[in-house]
Unconditional design. Structure first.
Length: 130
């Protein structure tokens, strides 16, 4: 992948992109297309350094949907957050059973990925003040 923006060639960006695609099953989350996909930042790259590599701030879009969304991020932001949150919740439900079909005991964590994403977003929106 060669791109005119050097930050897209970093290991961090490539890992973020791959993790977003994997979570979304390599499928456009807007129209369902499985080919010609791109990773889109829900909160734009330039708007938040804190969210640049958060997979909760990424969504898989096909090239056509990405073109439609680019420049209209404000309109799509909440819709995409809901899609990502639902995808993560559904994957957790599916992974909470063991191979024998019995439910696994859930590990307790203080913050879920979406909670971390929301905290970083609020921090960014308030100019770095809590």
């Amino acid at each position: 992948m060669s791109d005119s923006r050097p930050e897209k060639n970093t290991p961090e960006y490539k890992a973020w992109r791959s993790n977003v695609f994997t979570r979304d099953r390599w499928t456009c989350q807007k129209c369902g297309e499985k080919g010609n996909i791109e990773a889109h930042h829900i909160v734009r790259w330039s708007d938040s350094k804190a969210l640049r590599y958060s997979i909760m701030n990424g969504i898989t879009l096909c090239i056509e949907c990405h073109k439609e969304v680019t420049g209209n991020e404000e309109f799509w932001r909440d819709k995409f957050r809901r899609i990502v949150a639902r995808t993560v919740a559904n994957q957790k439900k599916g992974s909470s059973k063991s191979s024998s079909g019995k439910r696994k005991k859930k590990k307790k964590s203080k913050l879920q990925p979406f909670d971390i994403f929301l905290s970083a977003l609020k921090f960014t929106m308030h100019g770095g003040k809590r």
